[in-house]
Design a protein around this ligand. Structure first.
Ligand code: GLU
Length: 273
């Protein structure tokens, strides 16, 4: 396995913006410092929101910014059977259940960490009504399965002070969605599956995903996948150190390019010159 292999894994639900460019600079710089490589992965499993033109724009924008990556690129929508197999395995092992409750209904439950499956007759009735549902990972069942290991679940994080070990707390996510009635996989399964498949050793991404390792570590344990080292970068700030507004942040890189901005100016603007 490579000593340092990371990935940039955007979702083509819209055009890339400055926040994505910032993340890409962090990812490619971390790999350059370590003498490693960056894979590009297209996370397009949400077929209702992803569009081919956004995928093409990802390639165009990243090339314009000067990044390179090995081919072929893994495009997740071409690999649904891989993710479905993972979901089936969790179901077969009794670690997942069908949940017809909405997010609001779940939040209103007394003990949201263990919302539990529906009773068999209730589930049958809801299925009969053709109601939408999600497959959720049962943390309670996962905990029973891995036993004492649950208490020592941990992951490594690269910080400015060096690599530190953090206790993983999967419960901060509750019973995550692993698939839906009309969708064979959700983000956590697809991302962790592909990180393992692609031999990703380091994951560099924004602080918006700082809690993801808590649940990813559990999935890696259940599937016996290796655990990468995580690194989180600060999100985009404006010149005054304030978080960029959604509006400023969501200006497509393609529009900035069309307005005559150069890749070097983007690099400078993001502090990577
Ligand atoms: N596809 C995710 C996004 O665009 C990134 C996930 C990841 O880096 O694990 O937010």
């Amino acid at each position: 396995m490579a000593r340092f292999r990371t990935r940039f894994a955007p979702s083509p639900t819209y055009y890339l913006h400055l926040g994505h460019a910032l993340s890409a600079f962090h990812v490619w710089r971390a790999a350059a410092i370590a003498g490693g490589e960056v894979l590009l992965r297209i996370e397009d499993i949400d077929t209702t929101r992803c569009r081919p033109e956004y995928t093409q724009a990802i390639y165009d924008d990243l090339e314009w910014l000067g990044f390179t990556w090995p081919e072929p690129v893994r495009v997740q929508s071409e690999h649904f059977p891989d993710f479905a197999q993972c979901v089936s395995r969790l179901c077969d092992e009794g670690l997942a259940y069908r949940c017809f409750r909405t997010r609001a209904e779940l939040a209103a439950l007394q003990n949201p960490a263990t919302p539990g499956a529906h009773a068999p007759d209730e589930e049958a009735a809801l299925l009969d009504e053709d109601r939408p549902y999600a497959w959720r990972l049962s943390l309670q069942a996962a905990r029973e399965k891995i036993g004492a290991e649950w208490e020592s679940l941990s992951y490594e994080e690269q910080t400015p002070q060096g690599v530190i070990t953090r206790q993983a707390d999967p419960e901060c996510h509750g019973d995550i969605v692993i698939a839906r009635k009309d969708s064979p996989s959700a983000y956590h399964i697809a991302a962790t599956h592909d990180d393992a498949l692609q031999g990703v050793t380091h994951i560099v991404r924004g602080e918006d995903l700082i809690e993801a390792p808590h649940i990813h570590t559990l999935l890696q344990t259940l599937f016996d996948w290796p655990r990468p080292i995580y690194q989180h970068h600060a999100l985009l700030l404006d010149q005054d150190g304030q978080k960029l507004s959604k509006r400023q942040q969501s200006v497509p890189l393609a529009s900035l390019r069309a307005d005559g901005m150069t890749a070097d100016q983007i690099r400078q603007r993001l502090g990577f010159s």
